[in-house]
Design a protein around this ligand. Structure first.
Ligand code: PMT
Length: 318
């Protein structure tokens, strides 16, 4: 994800339209997002687009292999819950099968180990949840159903890099009409490199041809057209991940200088669950979990979302 070379390109949008084919689901998703944003804004709610999870970059057009990254989608899915708790309506643009709000609490639980069959013979009997395997299931289910009944969460899925890029553009255009009431919370880990369709082999790359060398192009940074053209009045938060803490804040500041958006949440791979820095043009706030909070399973996303929703209020009032 760390990139080399020029971080921004004035032709980012042009490159997107020319080099990444528009996936089939984008038009329908765009209409759904626009209707969702309008409905919730009319009801007095703010709307946040949360991006979450990593992207797949295919190496062959009939794809057998692809490049992926580490992102689990935990940051995005837990943040989505805290935004919902704070009264936002949430568009959750996430990688297919990455962590999802509420069900993330049970990621990794085998469904069949979490259910018990009581009474009856053969196929009859009653299926009940094993609350040992699914702790707090009643409370989590209640919160999930309340959000679902009120239609406060709109899930939109992507898999490949191309799907992510086009869906982000469609989301930005859908949220633009609600102006400063829209927030973009870009927690997804998006590939910086790809192979253009014209340079991709059609069929499976043969290992009998020997070691593989691939050359990849730079993915256009979507922050640039997002902030300048697609949703210029929105409150935009990007994320910056590094593995070397000594360059983190300088990279975060550079992103703010380059794209001129409102804040960067800076984090280091190994400590990202317990420490982040929210960097804005004039402030730098460290958010950390104390040992006590970590023991009580407080999540850093609760603090990130509290910080950013307050900043969003000030931004709207400005
Ligand atoms: O999912 P988890 O396992 O919980 O991990 C969360 C996380 C570490 C992935 C998250 O906290 C995080 O830091 N995400 C951003 C990772 C990153 O460093 O992104 P970047 O430097 O490649 O991109 C900077 C920003 O621009 C990001 O907000 C990204 O979403 C956005 N971007 C990136 C590429 C691109 N072509 N267009 C973009 O808009």
């Amino acid at each position: 994800m760390a990139s080399s070379g020029s971080p921004s390109s004035p032709t980012a949008e042009g490159k997107l339209d020319v080099e990444f084919t528009v996936p089939a689901q984008v038009e329908v998703a765009g209409h759904l997002m626009a209707e969702f944003a309008q409905r919730h804004c009319s009801a007095g709610r703010r709307v946040v687009l949360v991006t979450s999870g990593g992207t797949k970059v295919p190496l062959e057009s009939r794809t057998v292999r692809f490049l992926d990254n580490f992102s689990s989608g935990r940051r995005g899915s837990s943040s989505a819950e805290y935004f919902l708790d704070s009264g936002y309506a949430v568009i959750f643009l996430h990688r297919h099968r990455s962590q999802y709000p509420y069900s993330r609490c049970y990621a990794g639980v085998n469904l069949l180990d979490a259910l018990l069959l009581q009474g009856g013979e053969g196929g009859s009997g009653q299926v009940v949840a094993d609350t040992g395997a699914l702790p707090d299931i009643a409370a989590v289910l209640r919160r999930y159903q309340a959000v679902k009944d009120a239609e406060l969460l709109l899930p939109v899925e992507f898999n490949t890099l191309s799907e992510y890029l086009h869906l982000l553009k469609a989301a930005a255009q859908a949220l633009n009409p609600i102006g400063s009431k829209a927030m973009f919370y870009l927690a997804a880990a998006v590939s910086d490199f790809y192979i253009p369709a014209s340079e991709m082999p059609e069929h499976k790359i043969q290992s009998s041809n020997g070691p593989l060398q691939i050359s990849m192009k730079m993915v256009p940074k979507m922050l640039s057209p997002l902030v300048k053209d697609w949703a210029p009045r929105a409150f935009v938060i990007s994320f910056k991940l590094e593995t070397n803490p000594s360059i983190l804040l300088e990279r975060a500041r550079r992103a703010l200088d380059t794209y001129r958006h409102q804040a960067v949440v800076a984090n280091v791979l190994d400590t990202r669950r317990g420490f982040v820095v929210v960097v804005t043009p004039h402030t730098q706030v460290e958010l950390a979990l104390s040992e006590d909070e970590a023991r009580q399973e407080v999540e850093i996303e609760e603090k990130i979302v509290a910080n950013l929703t307050a900043a969003h209020t000030a931004f709207i009032e400005d």
